[in-house]
Write a protein that binds this ligand. Structure first.
Ligand code: BV8
Length: 247
């Protein structure tokens, strides 16, 4: 019987691609206060400061590339015979780019089992209109001067990002997968932010084997059955090779 898999990723999986994490040395939250750039109140108070923060990260993303950890997960997605939900807290598109360079990953090519990638905290390369809620692909800088391509109102375009105090996306689908999975793996996250930090509790409560792959023990490390520590580009391919032997 094919096993169902849920993998959660955080900023640590993209660190070796050159994208700053949040809480480590040089992290984003050491350069900016969350309250100033990652809450709805911050956006209402100073939208241009928030746009500058995300415009800078969107431009940086153009210089970044998927690393061996992203590519290993793409290989696993192509071969896994059970259901595989890859849920990321990250707003970069490095998982998409790794999947795109691994042709059998496309859902229609898979031998069996369903694969899905979800961005629970939104995506840097999308923008949303706060007036009509339409979402658009968006690669360039965003500002308050932009008109919504749909409703044509100005001053309402925002990054399609889930800020603190906002409800993450696709939570029903995520919890359903956590309750049905046999294996839950958390990669590159410090376990600071909820509800993502509580996923291990949900999965283990339903009998899943829970593994943490991280540079160091996260705040939730004691909730995992297994922990492997070190750089994602080492630990993730090693773990994937083991899983491919049983996929
Ligand atoms: C919610 C998008 C409920 C932004 C992010 C008051 C009011 C409302 C909610 C709260 C509140 N007080 C607390 C909360 C809950 C709050 C929360 O958890 N706060 C924390 C700080 C206490 N959560 C929320 O607000 C969430 N929403 O609760 O809604 C609700 C209910 C009903 C109705 C409405 C609402 C929303 C949270 C989402 C916020 N947005 N991101 C952006 O990206 O700019 S969160 C942000 O943190 C990122 O998504 C990031 O991914 C996430 C978690 O951080 P990590 O990924 O773990 O990154 P971090 O730097 O912390 O750690 C990196 C790890 O990698 C480290 O462990 C490091 O060792 C490791 N590492 C580094 N290098 C490597 C490595 N590992 C391997 N290899 C390497 N090379």
């Amino acid at each position: 019987m094919a096993k169902n898999l849920v993998v959660l990723t955080g900023a640590g999986i993209s660190a070796e691609s050159g994208l700053a994490t949040f809480r480590g040395n040089g992290g984003l939250w050491h350069q900016h206060r969350v309250e100033d750039v990652a809450t709805p109140e911050a956006f209402a108070r100073n939208p241009e400061l928030v746009h500058t923060f995300y415009n800078m990260r969107r431009q940086q993303l153009k210089e970044a590339h998927p690393n061996a950890a992203h590519h290993a997960l793409a290989r696993l997605a192509a071969a896994w015979r059970g259901d595989f939900l890859l849920v990321t807290q990250n707003v970069d598109d490095l998982h998409e780019r790794a999947l795109a360079s691994c042709p059998p990953c496309a859902e229609e090519n898979k031998p069996e089992g369903r694969f899905r990638l979800l961005h629970m905290h939104g995506e840097l390369k999308k923008a949303r209109c706060g007036a009509c809620e339409e979402v658009f692909a968006w690669e360039e800088n965003l500002s308050t001067a932009h008109l919504c391509p749909a409703c044509r109102l100005a001053g309402h375009m925002r990054p399609h990002i889930v800020w603190f105090g906002e409800m993450p996306l696709e939570m029903a689908r995520i919890y359903a997968a956590l309750r049905a999975c046999d294996v839950f793996v958390s990669i590159g996250t410090s376990g600071n932010v909820y509800p993502a930090a509580g996923f291990v509790h949900e999965a283990s409560g339903h009998g899943a084997h829970c593994v943490e792959l991280n540079m160091e023990r996260s705040l939730g490390a004691s909730l995992f059955h297994e922990g492997r520590y070190g750089a994602a580009t080492q630990r993730v391919p090693e773990w994937v090779e083991e899983m491919l032997r049983v996929a």
